[in-house]
Design a protein around this ligand. Structure first.
Ligand code: AMP
Ligand code: ZN
Length: 459
């Protein structure tokens, strides 16, 4: 039995899907910039949920949106569109911006071995779906027009706030002074915005030219691909108080019933115990980590060691520890690759049960990693190696990698000597080749010759 923590009920619940295929929607990136490692933690979490369910025999139909319009600088309805701002600052069209960062995001997913959801849906390709949705909400009496857009009337939706458990009055008291005095209620939010002439992205609507609000995107696309009821909705904890409350309001107002059964949220990543922010210069990307000698798998390993509902503090000291541990892990697994021992069936079954119990208990990957480490202490056997690979369908840590294949930082000096040595070997100058090998060894490295080149290992 799989149990999942449901933000809506604030409890771990038994997971009972609606049908044979699990339907799952995940809030995706706004493609106005490179995703940082905090963002990537959110998608590693999504991936862990998908992988753990698949391990338990479920098929999955997953949808993830790509926000390429409508996400304003504040999660409320104020400020410039994030895409438009990036376009202005980077002197590229919004479509170029979207394409560039969508590609970068997909590359990061690949590097981190994050399985892509079955359907990736771009907001700009679903404008009609969103417009129809807004028109229906207005017809049902949930939307009203102001001079700058169409707003959702939360007074008509009495359970507003049920996901975050926030009392609306408190929420409003805490909110900053609202600049839009045409709204009936300060927490009313934009379904559709009217576009000023100079606005870059705009489409015709019954209310003139305009563009969709951010929240309607997820309601419209989840309905289109998953229907009016689906199993799981994931996102980051930052989505709970506004974005997901608004999604619930829109979807339930339209359908007249609950649309999502399990709401799951990944906790945030901090850097050095604080917030990640551009001004602090600590919004690292996967590429930044690679440049510092930490492979994407080391970052993934680092993330998997903390449960998704706990805050994870990123530090370079912790990354060093993750790097050492991941390298040790690959070595320990490699011992089993050609192990000669026979592991009793009951022993294997026990580890498999412990592993399954861990991942089925609200995706407890850290506990499952503990099971893995314990199992590796058994006498080296091929059966254990095979079971590790089975577990790795959930970890996604590429545990079949040979230890030396995991990239190491090679000083320029060593790389140059190794290149010279390759040249010497091509010229069949064995004496020079041997001398260079010794020089490399003196610097603490070993060159391992391969057919078309070499590998370098740290001694
Ligand atoms: P955005 O592209 O800003 O819409 O964010 C993409 C995803 O990253 C969302 O699911 C956010 O909840 C998540 N996210 C943003 N910042 C962090 C962080 N520091 N740690 C973890 N997740 C984050
Ligand atoms: Zn969303």
């Amino acid at each position: 039995m799989v149990k999942l923590y449901n933000t809506l009920s604030r409890k771990k619940e038994e997971f009972v899907p609606l049908g044979k295929t699990v339907t799952m929607y995940s809030c995706g990136p706004t493609v106005y910039n490179y995703a940082h490692i905090g963002n990537m933690r959110a998608y590693i979490f999504m991936d862990s949920v998908r992988r753990a369910l698949k391990y338990n025999g479920y098929k999955i139909k997953g949808v993830m949106n790509i926000t390429d319009v409508g996400h304003l600088l504040s999660d409320g309805d104020e400020g410039e569109d994030k895409m438009a701002k990036a376009s202005r600052e980077q002197q590229k069209s919004v479509y170029e911006i979207a394409e560039m960062y969508t590609k970068a995001f997909m590359d990061d997913l690949n590097k981190l071995n994050i399985g892509k959801p079955e359907i990736i849906a771009k907001a700009t390709e679903h404008i009609d779906d969103m417009l129809n949705y807004v028109v229906k909400l207005v017809d049902l009496g949930y939307g009203y027009e102001t001079s700058d857009g169409i707003y959702f009337d939360i007074a008509k939706f009495p359970t507003y706030g049920k996901l975050s458990g926030l009392n609306l009055d408190n929420q409003i008291a805490g909110a900053r002074v609202d600049v839009n005095d045409e709204k009936r209620h300060p927490a009313d939010f934009a379904l559709w915005k009217k576009a000023p002439k100079e606005h870059i992205m705009q489409w015709p609507s019954p209310w003139g030219m305009g563009y969709p609000g951010w929240h309607i995107e997820c309601s419209a696309m989840s309905k289109k691909y998953l229907g009016d009821r689906f199993d799981i909705h994931t996102g980051g904890v930052d989505h709970i108080p506004v974005h997901h409350e608004n999604e619930i309001a829109q979807s339930e107002a339209l359908e007249g019933h609950q649309t999502v059964n399990y709401w799951m949220h990944g906790e945030f990543m901090q850097v050095d115990g604080g917030k990640m922010s551009k001004s602090l210069g600590n919004t690292y990307t996967v590429a930044d980590l690679e440049a510092k000698g930490y492979s994407p798998m080391v970052f993934r390993y680092f993330c998997l060691n903390t449960h998704y509902r706990k805050t994870l503090n990123f530090t370079f000291a912790a990354m060093d520890a993750a790097k050492t541990a991941y390298t040790r892990l690959l070595s320990a697994i490699n011992e089993h690759r050609n192990g000669k021992a026979e592991t009793p069936k009951e022993t294997l079954a026990k580890y498999e049960k412990d592993f399954t119990d861990a991942i089925s208990d609200d995706i407890n990957i850290p506990l499952a990693l503990g099971v893995l480490w314990n199992m590796l202490k058994e006498p080296a056997s091929k059966q254990i190696y095979e079971l590790v690979q089975k577990f790795d369908t959930v970890f996604g840590l590429r545990l079949d990698t040979l230890p030396q294949e995991e990239k190491i930082e090679v000083p320029d000096e060593v790389a140059e000597l190794a290149d010279k040595r390759l040249e010497a070997r091509k010229n069949k100058d064995w004496a020079l080749s041997d001398a260079l090998r010794d020089q490399i060894a003196a610097l603490g490295y070993t060159v391992v010759d391969k057919k078309d080149g070499y590998d370098i290992k740290k001694n």
